[in-house]
Design a protein around this ligand. Sequence first.
Ligand code: SF4
Length: 468
Amino acid sequence: MPHAREQLLSAELLSRYAGPCPRYTSYPTADRFVALEGGKQGGGRDDGEIQPWQALKDVETLSLYVHIPFCRSLCYFCACNKVITQQYGLASHYLENVLKEAQWYRDRVARAPVVQLHLGGGTPTFLNDGDLRRLVEGLGDIFDLRTDDDVEYSIEADPRTLGIETLDTLRELGFNRLSLGIQDFNPDVQRAINRVCSVEQVRELTENARAKGFGSISYDLIYGLPGQDVASLEKTVDAVLDLAPDRIALYHYAHLPERFKSQRLIDSDLMPAPSEKIAMQLAATRRLTEAGYVFLGMDHFARPEDALSQAAAEGRLARNFQGYTLMPADALVGLGASAISYSKDGYWQNQHSLKQYAAAISERGEAISRGWQLSDDDRLRQWLIMELMCHLSIDKREIEQRTGLPFAAGFGAELARLQPMFDDGLLGQTKGDLFVTERGRWFLRNAAAAFDSYLHSTETAARYSRVL
Ligand code: SF4
């Protein structure tokens, strides 16, 4: 008998909704941000028109993100902002800039508990233990870091280079969540993407991380990679299930060699056909849900006892630039090249390239290059999109109270765009709610996109990766 999930999701449906679509880690999406005038020496940045960081003075909780862009070798599929280098000195110098940037925030942020700290990259564990310590202790001089396990302090790690002893350092520094980039265990696929890592390496790390008290271990997997097929991916998923991570992100690989130089190193003859990718998504999803993982939405799965699954069941999930979270903070301060920050007033993003980032920090202590001040309409749509993505429903009455208009009158064009999703049983409506159905969870990006006024004001869809 076919599994219930299989009945809910069909290849035809997946292929129909596979068009380009943003991931909505922010609204508006980062590609809408506008250039901000270069700040002047001595804090002139605060004289500009767009200055959402001013709202940092009022926050009661804070998130911190630090971008560490260095990696020792290039994974061919990579679309991240990274620098491949063997020169450790670059990282050391970069760290000084990050800590200098943190200083810029010292008088601009309320002394609020940091409920989330995330080191992303690149490869944050490119830093040696001494520099990891220097970074976190330096941040602790400026921000109110916590060492209890009621906070989410996470780090992205490359299992090929993360040493067991570094796990001790990370725990001492307060990290309680570990995210391992697995991608695929098949040796042919690993060679095709230049990222070779054995199951045994990952097992050793996972077991040690658990023993040392990391409360949540998350794996990233990718489907649609060169050389993958359904059978090989199923084997990878089985090996992953054997290691039983708390959370799994199953990402789609978007092959855009014209945009990402490193992807030109992939042999395009090895790329699976779109129909094969869909079959892979179905097969991996089936394997994971049959094994008891809860599908949270988008591409995220968690064990039923994991706090994220429980939060989803209780309507407490939130979303930020790193994906789903339990601890939404009032604001995020992003440090490092290309890092994005937000407050209730808007977003701001740092210079993308290492060179420009370093020059900006040495010139004025911050490296803000782009940003966005939220309008009332942005705030409403931001809330709508987050409600859909995290709580899988929109309370129409609440919207009506906010806008003073019947929902159908205020969002007539959006409802028309969503009509195919209603017809396909991906969304439903009552008088009070618009909600995502069980099988609609795979299409949250599509539903959210209907409320994106910028996406529909200009023809820009081609900028986004395909859902499949
Ligand atoms: S996938 Fe990760 S480790 Fe590989 S090059 Fe990209 S950022 Fe570096």
